[in-house]
Design a protein around this ligand. Structure first.
Ligand SMILES: Cc1ncc(COP(=O)(O)O)c(C=O)c1O
Length: 367
């Protein structure tokens, strides 16, 4: 923790804690500079930033959106809310990111967007994804909920698509409880993004003195976080180097201390391609079987350690099946979902706490 409470007190003392005050502006400017993005707009969540992206693209009934099934529900729900049909692509068995070689065969005249998710903060193969998207005139929206400060070929994740989304949910490296951001890399989207974020009104232009009254001009909703959250977030952004260094240490300790056990137990750990700088968001392991995964989670639980699995594939969820998907459609996604386990990883984790987790894992036999 840094100056979170101090900045929140300052926001309170300023007499106004609604959105778009001094701390929101500082977060916008800071993120723009840190990431090299044309425009950043804080939102109340990554889910809401994705909803804004769908509104900005004018997604309508019958449009198709390609994304992984191995992701959080908001990646696609933001688009299905506008009437889009999900088109799920399988993932690569190494990085667990969308299989870029499988995208083109899924494109139809109705395809409007591709939504890569930089899983665990490791970049998707953006060169191939952008090439396919550009050839077909399709927009790319990066769901970068995991990948703040990650890079692909030297450029920040979130700078490749026309838009990208961030999450500052408490589970993320940099957090403010609930929060997010929409990143705009195309300046043409800027005016409408401000309007959509302000309930469909031109209130931002009014505050800048560009119009003499504000009114309803487009679709929109309430996507601005309070200054209290922005103040908290700004303090977190100031600590970003410390946060990332801590997380890198935790990640690398898991990786080295568990390496021999993984080989002996048929377990695999994250693959980071050499051209990717990962965001150190999570440390996961792929166990040899579903039973071994469940066994490890139960074994850790007995020792008071909370390890979790995710994601349940979207295509085999009730909603996915309503769109015609069936079990067996995306074999890598289904296999990974059954075998993946995430080890505890949080900014304030001490070496002692991590040593307890490592000892407990070493004590388990997956075979
Ligand atoms: C890949 C992905 N996208 C979107 C979200 C939604 O983020 P938020 O909770 O900020 O809405 C999450 C949440 O963890 C996520 O993992």
């Amino acid at each position: 923790m840094g100056r979170e409470l101090e900045y929140m007190s300052q926001a309170l003392a300023s007499g106004s804690i609604s959105g778009d005050g001094k701390f929101t502006q500082k977060c916008h400017a800071g993120l723009q500079m840190m990431l090299g993005v044309h425009k950043v707009l804080l939102t109340t969540s990554c889910t809401h930033a994705l909803e804004m992206a769908a509104l900005l693209l004018d997604i309508r009934e019958g449009d198709e959106v390609i994304c992984p099934s191995y992701t959080f529900v908001s990646t696609i729900n933001a688009f299905t809310l506008r009437g889009a049909k999900p088109v799920f692509v399988d993932i690569r068995p190494d990085t667990l990111n969308m299989d870029e070689t499988a995208i083109e065969s899924l494109i139809t005249p109705r395809t409007r967007a591709i939504v890569p998710v930089h899983y665990a903060g490791v970049g998707c193969e953006m060169d191939t994804i952008l090439d396919v998207a550009n050839r077909h005139g399709i927009s790319v929206i990066e769901d970068n909920a995991h990948g703040l400060f990650g890079k692909y070929k030297g450029h920040s994740l979130g700078t490749f698509g026309c838009m990208a989304t961030q999450s500052f949910h408490e589970t993320k490296n940099v957090a403010c409880g609930e929060g997010g951001a929409l990143l705009l890399n195309d300046w043409k989207l800027e005016d409408r993004a401000e309007i959509i974020r302000e309930k469909g009104t031109n209130r931002s232009r009014f505050f800048r003195g560009q119009v003499d009254k504000y009114t309803w001009v487009d679709l929109g909703s309430s996507y601005l976080p309070s200054e209290l959250l922005a103040a908290f977030l700004y303090a977190q952004l100031e600590c970003r180097e410390d946060i990332q260094t801590r997380r890198e240490r935790i990640w690398k300790t898991y990786s080295s201390e568990l390496a021999a056990w993984c080989i002996d137990n048929g377990v695999t750990t994250p693959v980071i391609p050499p051209h990717c700088d990962q965001a150190y968001h999570m440390f996961y392991m792929l166990m040899p079987s579903f039973t071994a995964r469940q066994g490890l989670i139960a074994h850790l639980k007995e020792q008071g350690i909370h390890a979790v699995f995710h994601y349940l594939p979207l295509h085999t969820a009730d909603m996915g099946m309503r769109y015609g998907y069936r079990e067996g459609d995306l074999p890598v996604t289904e296999d990974v979902s059954n075998r993946l386990v995430r080890l505890p990883m949080f900014n304030s984790m001490t070496s002692g706490e991590q040593a307890m987790v490592i000892d407990a894992v070493l004590d388990y036999s997956a075979l």
